[in-house]
Design a protein around this ligand. Structure first.
Ligand SMILES: [Fe+2]
Length: 175
């Protein structure tokens, strides 16, 4: 399925999709290159009507086939995800605004503890494979909208989302 009616970008995503059959490291390298090309072309979403929800985040399908799904996600001020892990690869670029990303260490099948926090500014690219586990949460802590472009290694027609499991954070007990 092609959502973005633009031959150049459709070809870029189709070529990336083909590389998802290669090793994880090779795919992540290709995904970073593709996201870098898109960051250098900020007008590529000009003809796409992005949906917005006050206080929440919205996924806008940009491209999808049997191997990859590309969403432009619009993050309203204050919006956040659950703490979650992925069943597939997850690569993204910050198109505008900034997001806070926190990483968590898994304690058991339902609980985790916060390990590290990063600020992801416009122009940044981050990639991860599903192995790990890789637990994280994305938050828009600013007063401004943020937009990110996510490339997930799954078929959106057969799964509802890239999320595998969700977790609750436990505070570390000192002493
Ligand atoms: Fe995620």
């Amino acid at each position: 399925m092609v959502i973005l009616q633009d031959a150049d970008h459709t070809e870029l995503f189709a070529r990336l999709s083909a590389t998802s059959l290669e090793s994880g490291a090779e795919y992540l390298k290709s995904a970073r290159q593709a996201l870098g090309r898109l960051l250098a072309d900020p007008a590529f979403l000009d003809n796409v009507r992005l949906e917005r929800i006050p206080g929440g985040y919205t996924r806008n399908l940009i491209f999808g086939d049997a191997r990859i799904t590309v969403y432009a996600i619009v993050w309203a001020a204050g919006s956040q995800t659950s703490i979650h892990d992925h069943h597939c690869s997850c690569c993204y670029a910050m198109l505008s605004g900034a997001l806070q990303e926190s990483w968590y260490d898994r304690l058991d099948e339902a609980h985790c503890v916060k390990a590290r926090t990063f600020m992801r500014e416009a122009g940044e690219i981050a990639c991860m494979l599903p192995t790990g586990p890789n637990l994280h949460r994305m938050l828009n802590t600013s007063d401004e909208e943020a937009i990110s472009l996510h490339i997930y290694g799954y078929d959106h027609r057969t799964r509802a989302s890239s999320i595998d499991c969700e977790y609750l954070a436990k505070a570390l007990v000192e002493g």
